[in-house]
Design a protein around this ligand. Sequence first.
Ligand SMILES: NC(=O)c1ccc[n+]([C@@H]2O[C@H](COP(=O)([O-])OP(=O)(O)OC[C@H]3O[C@@H](n4cnc5c(N)ncnc54)[C@H](OP(=O)(O)O)[C@@H]3O)[C@@H](O)[C@H]2O)c1
Length: 285
Amino acid sequence: MTAVQSVTLSNSVEMPLEGFGVFQVPDLAECQQATEWALEAGYRLIDTAAVYGNEEAVGAALKAVGLPRDEIFVTTKLWVQDMGQESGKRAFATSLAKLGLDHLDLYLIHQPFNDYYGAWRALEELYDQGAVRAIGVSNFYPDRLVDLALNSRITPMVNQVECHPFHQQTQAMATMAELGVHTQAWGPFAEGQNGIFTNPVLTDIGAAHGKSAAQVALRWNTQRGVSVLPKSVHRERIEANLDVWDFELNDQEMTSIAGLDGQLRIADHHAVEMVRRINGIRIHD
Ligand SMILES: NC(=O)c1ccc[n+]([C@@H]2O[C@H](COP(=O)([O-])OP(=O)(O)OC[C@H]3O[C@@H](n4cnc5c(N)ncnc54)[C@H](OP(=O)(O)O)[C@@H]3O)[C@@H](O)[C@H]2O)c1
């Protein structure tokens, strides 16, 4: 299989352009198994979060597969309940212990809610201490991102946002590019919604390359310089989702996929109900 390309973040850290996501895999044995399959298949970036409740399982998989520490890139995220400078540092220590690591590769503020400015100060401190190699945010729309950048010593290196053929983030990406913030896609398959795996535009393009609609969706994002985090708990899909580095979409194919934008948005962080619901999710006493 052709090697996964990487991106150089604004602080010169190299990050794989494709990683493995473990959202909605709360069963620890299942999460460990899927993560082991991913590492065996060749994924070198694993994306988890405190709120996913499976950091221990990711840690167990990393230990079981036993790759050298400098060959893997581990991301986790600070949950809303723990925003704030002191609580953020405590939550980081808890996550690191659950993962069984002595440093993290990327730590993200999961949502732009609660005291995320205090939390960002905590991340800046952790970064200065070398406890984490890169720091960033998630679900920050351009207005929040610009404000954070204007009021912080360190600009986030990454912003992980919903990004798939039906919600392409083109305008937001222009702001991120201006700030030197790398765009990372969550939900690169739109979480399987809107018929993505049988979408005629994606399947027709895939047929021309001997690839599936899923593989075309991943390739399209990485060709725009966006890193992707596909999730699956099925071994054959985990392997197929990594097999996207030996073909290239031409300009016409990229333009056809651009035409799918605007069909579906999974999350709206400006919606009052969303703010209430997310703030209500507690992960400890
Ligand atoms: N920062 C955030 O707020 C945020 C939010 C959401 C997600 N994320 C991150 O992004 C990662 C990916 O997003 P996601 O998990 O929400 O959704 P996703 O990767 O877009 O889609 C996952 C869905 O697609 C299915 N699937 C995967 N590969 C397939 C294939 N080749 N053919 C057919 N079906 C396939 C999976 O089913 P099976 O598992 O049954 O194969 C699952 O139902 C997450 O795991 C997480 O790490 C972050």
